[in-house]
Design a protein. Structure first.
Length: 450
């Protein structure tokens, strides 16, 4: 009598877990949005069923546009793309919602989905290795071993595209030399002539604009956003500190040269001449490639998702402005992190986002009180609050200083010093520009009436 040994096959997918995770994403609320957490973990091709991948793509598309991801919106998005019937229609989506896991479990399920995908990739790699071994001649064993080892090393490294950043210097030298024959073009512009002359913003750059409160950081960065978008370059602003009405008033005041205080008061405070000035600029502002995100909870994963959405829509990565970085959240959302650890992690993640997407990110940052105890009260890079990692990761650091903020009778009233404390793409120097904060803007000294 023979006894059969039954070998249980290892689990390589969890379709029910995938469905429950998608259901939770369709129940996301502004109070707790798990989609950014899942996006940070999941990679294309991780889903075991194509229908789940399609539903996830619809959810990410809506999330990237800042729209709700509830079932009615997902149905509408799948209908628009022609995929609703292919995923099983409303009934299939309804079953996902009914089986939804808790929002706090979504990242755990996403990790399992990615893990099972890695298991399947490992099995496929080993199967190919066995097939190659069966066809290998005795004098070619070393070649086959190296080929299999290379694929396993790729999986061990996370299965990402890190290999494209690895290789001999000479492999890409000729291509690089050909590229030098064409003049470099900045990925983004500030609209300030002297600043653009000395600081070329290139793909993958993180620029930090820092200063004490009321120095003009928001005026400077909103001006950069408008100037960059006015050249046709896509631009994205994450405003964590100011809401939609305040930001819109600042943009209208800066463009039309109508007093910001009048716009804040509204009604009779806005005169007929003011309305005429505003209306002249409204058509141009409506058509700018400028996206605004006023969400107060922003993490690097959300920034990445917005960049990817705009890149798909416009064909090029945007300039991203974050006002300001110390208000951001980490993707880990750990309550145990100190402010230093949180800002350090955010800084490093944003640097990775720029390198992998080709975007330029400008981060506003607060300075500590160190400059206020210094003669002349001039800021230094060491005054960056909460993290030296910002200094390390940044390609450029611009510190704002206004003498008239401390001495209203200063002979330099109306001037702002842009102190380039770090500049990998040019010299460190100091540039003087003019502020018209009653209009909410900063301009070139020679261009005040524009």
């Amino acid at each position: 009598m023979t006894t059969e040994t039954i070998v249980e096959q290892p689990q390589t997918a969890d379709p029910d877990g995938e469905a429950s995770m998608l259901g939770a994403c369709m129940l996301a609320t502004p109070a707790y949005d798990p989609i950014a957490d899942a996006s940070r973990v999941l990679k294309p091709g991780d889903w075991s069923r194509p229908t789940h991948e399609t539903v996830w793509t619809a959810i990410k598309t809506l999330h990237g546009k800042g729209q709700p991801t509830g079932m009615p919106m997902v149905v509408a998005e799948l209908t628009r793309s022609g995929d609703l019937d292919r995923v099983g229609g409303r009934l299939a989506l309804s079953k996902m919602v009914q089986a939804a896991c808790s929002s706090s479990s979504v990242e755990h399920y996403a990790t399992l989905v990615h893990g099972y995908a890695q298991v399947r990739a490992l099995q496929a790699a080993l199967s190919r290795g066995i097939q190659m071994a069966r066809q290998t001649a005795p004098d070619a064993v070393d070649h086959t071993v190296r080929a299999v080892q290379s694929e396993l090393d790729f999986l061990a490294a996370g299965g990402d595209d890190s290999d494209r950043h690895y290789g001999r210097l000479g492999d890409h030298l000729d291509e690089h030399l050909r590229g030098l024959e064409t003049a470099a073009v900045a990925a983004a512009v500030s609209g300030l002539t002297d600043l653009d002359d000395v600081m070329m913003m290139l793909p993958g750059n993180v620029i930090v604009i820092a200063g004490r409160p009321a120095m003009g950081k928001s005026a400077l960065t909103l001006g950069i956003a408008i100037a960059n978008a006015s050249t046709g370059r896509p631009t994205l602003v994450h405003s964590l500190e100011m809401g939609q009405a305040e930001v819109t008033n600042r943009i209208l005041a800066a463009r039309s040269r109508v007093g910001l205080r009048r716009l804040l008061q509204g009604g009779p405070a806005i005169q007929d001449e003011d309305w005429s000035r505003i209306q002249r600029h409204v058509p141009d502002l409506k058509h700018l490639p400028l996206w605004m995100d006023y969400t107060s909870r922003v993490s690097p994963a959300r920034v990445r998702h917005r960049i990817e959405t705009i890149t798909r829509e416009t064909g090029r990565p945007p300039l991203v402005i974050i006002d300001y970085v110390q208000l951001m959240e980490t993707d880990q959302r750990s309550g145990r992190q100190s402010a230093y650890e949180r800002v350090s992690e955010i800084s490093r993640e944003l640097k990775i986002v720029t390198e992998e997407t080709g975007a330029v990110i400008i981060c506003c940052a607060q300075l500590n009180r160190g400059s206020e105890h210094r003669e002349g009260k001039r800021p230094a890079v060491s005054d960056l609050r909460d993290s030296g990692q910002l200094e390390q990761d940044a390609s450029g650091i611009i510190l704002l200083h206004r003498e008239d903020a401390y001495d209203p009778t200063s002979a330099r009233a109306g001037e702002v010093d842009l102190i380039l404390g770090k500049n990998r793409n040019g010299p460190t120097c100091e540039i003087t520009v003019a502020h018209q904060l009653h209009y909410g803007r900063i301009r070139d000294m020679a261009n005040l009436e524009a």
